[in-house]
Design a protein around this ligand. Structure first.
Ligand SMILES: [Zn+2]
Length: 274
């Protein structure tokens, strides 16, 4: 760590240890496409909400809605919910292709949890209006959809540029290159295509190969943290390198910390420069 003075985070991609993750042009394009679909679906969710609000606006608070009108309102809210959750799925998928950086805490939170914000936008106004217009059942359903839709829109395994860079670096330390394998429904990525754990899935599933970032963008079941690296593959690679368990742990810590330290160095530099 001390041998290299870090002057520019992510400025030199040629160094064996990348300080930050940079998505490929292809991944960037995929992310852009998915973000566009996500936003489009979210806009349509808000359009559905406006539709429901128009019906409620016209209602006299003292006269109850007919059963038919109430059913129409609930169906519109259901469409609102489906559009919201579908949009959030695309949004979360996009973040797997092009993750946010943890360096910007607020930016990281909003990029990953934007779906929750949209859930509030897509339901809170209609909840309030329904209660003003004394349409309590509709209001309660809309509130329920807001909470459920928000929970479904949150990203509980938010990916970050730092995690991608750390793990890519560690895989390179172990194998010399960033190439891993995974299955469609597996929750781990592997270093060897003949790994025993991969083999057991092989009969029923097609497995894929690519970079660590590819594994995360193609299989959302793999949590973006170092524990997703198959420990059997990790041990096998270390053994082939001639490392003891202790050496492996040291190299692992050093590699993972290098990216974190890079962040720190940049933050410190920024403070010093001010
Ligand atoms: Zn494995």
């Amino acid at each position: 760590m001390a041998t290299k003075k870090i002057t520019n985070v992510g400025g030199n991609d040629e160094t064996p240890q990348k300080r930050t993750f940079v998505p490929t042009a292809e991944a960037k394009a995929q992310a852009g496409k998915f973000r566009m679909y996500g936003i489009l679906l979210w806009v349509l969710a808000v359009v559905a909400e406006i539709g429901a609000m128009v019906i409620l606006f016209k209602k006299d608070p003292e006269i109850a809605l007919s059963t038919g009108a109430r059913a129409v309102l609930i169906i519109i809210l259901l469409i609102d919910l489906i559009l919201l959750v579908a949009g959030s799925m695309f949004w979360k998928k996009a973040n797997r292709f092009d993750p946010a950086s943890k360096q910007n805490v607020l930016g990281f939170f909003f990029q990953n949890q934007l779906g929750v914000v949209v859930a509030v936008i897509a339901f809170l106004p209609v909840v309030i209006l329904a209660f003003i217009k004394k349409e309590y059942l509709v209001g309660a359903i809309a509130a329920l959809f807001m909470v459920g839709g928000g929970a479904a829109s949150a990203d509980y395994n938010a990916p970050s540029k730092e995690q991608y860079a750390q793990q890519s670096n560690y895989v390179k330390e172990l194998m010399g290159f960033d190439h891993v394998y995974w299955t469609k429904s597996g929750t781990k990525y592997h270093l060897y295509d003949d790994c025993q754990y991969l083999k057991s899935d092989r009969t029923t599933e097609i497995f894929e190969g690519g970079t660590v970032a590819d594994a995360y963008s193609h299989n959302s079941k793999i949590k973006p943290d170092i524990n997703s690296l198959c420990s059997a593959c990790e041990k096998r690679a270390a053994k082939e390198k001639g490392w003891t368990d202790e050496q492996m742990q040291q190299i692992k810590d050093k590699t993972l910390n290098a990216v974190q330290n890079a962040d720190q160095t940049q933050v410190e530099d920024t403070i010093e420069n001010q």
